[in-house]
Design a protein around this ligand. Structure first.
Ligand SMILES: [Zn+2]
Length: 212
């Protein structure tokens, strides 16, 4: 029986990390007891990501125990990728609402993989401006700021990996009218790569709260 989509992109990334750990475990450990323990831990960690799993969903997730090498890992990931809840595509009208101060918002021209996105991000290369549509604790919000490329790798504020980043600079209204505060955050230069590696929405929420 087919189940509804129930896995968020960040949860998929987390599961994928468990899968990769299992593959390397199988490659380096011979002791069956240790393997069994690793498998139980993988099940526990993946189930912990969810609340109120149905038996079917639990069954789908628990097939992680079949992962033994690169090939079975690939099979499992392809299988569960079908259950990812895609990022909700935005009309230009909706996008405009998220960026009321921007005159004319246009959707990015490049084709985006909405299946593997926790947030939508694209750059206007001409003005060196980045637009991000990102989930906050209360629904989607739009963030915009300029970006400056940096020479060194830094920790990304969203996925928390050491990666090639850019400094994303946003302006927020201060307490006194007409006053602005500028904030800078290192975030992945490559947003697609960031989306493929962020492991928790909490980090995304923190990033948003830090800017707002
Ligand atoms: Zn990142």
């Amino acid at each position: 029986m087919k189940s509804e989509q129930f896995i968020r992109n960040d949860q998929f990334n987390f599961i994928k990390r468990q899968v990769l750990q299992l593959v390397s475990g199988h490659a380096t450990v011979n002791d069956q007891h240790v393997i069994n323990a690793m498998e139980s831990l993988a099940i526990e960690k993946t189930e912990d990501l969810f609340t109120g799993l149905t038996p079917i969903q639990r069954n789908i997730l628990n097939r992680i125990v079949k992962v033994a090498d690169k090939e079975t890992a690939e099979q499992y990931l392809v299988e569960i990728e079908a259950y990812i809840i895609p990022f909700k595509e935005l009309s230009e009208q909706k996008l405009q609402k998220l960026f009321p101060k921007v005159k004319k918002m246009k959707l990015p021209k490049e084709r985006l993989n909405y299946n593997r996105m926790s947030f939508l991000s694209y750059d206007d290369f001409g003005t060196k401006r980045r637009y991000i549509v990102v989930p906050a604790r209360k629904g989607m919000i739009g963030l915009t700021g300029t970006y400056e490329e940096t020479k060194t790798k830094q920790i990304c504020a969203i996925c928390n990996r050491l990666t090639p980043v850019c400094m994303f600079i946003t302006k927020t209204k201060g307490d006194i009218a007409g006053n602005y505060t500028k904030k800078g955050n290192y975030i992945c230069r490559d947003s697609e790569d960031c989306n493929h590696h962020l492991l928790s929405l909490d980090k995304v929420y923190e990033f948003v709260e830090n800017i707002k």
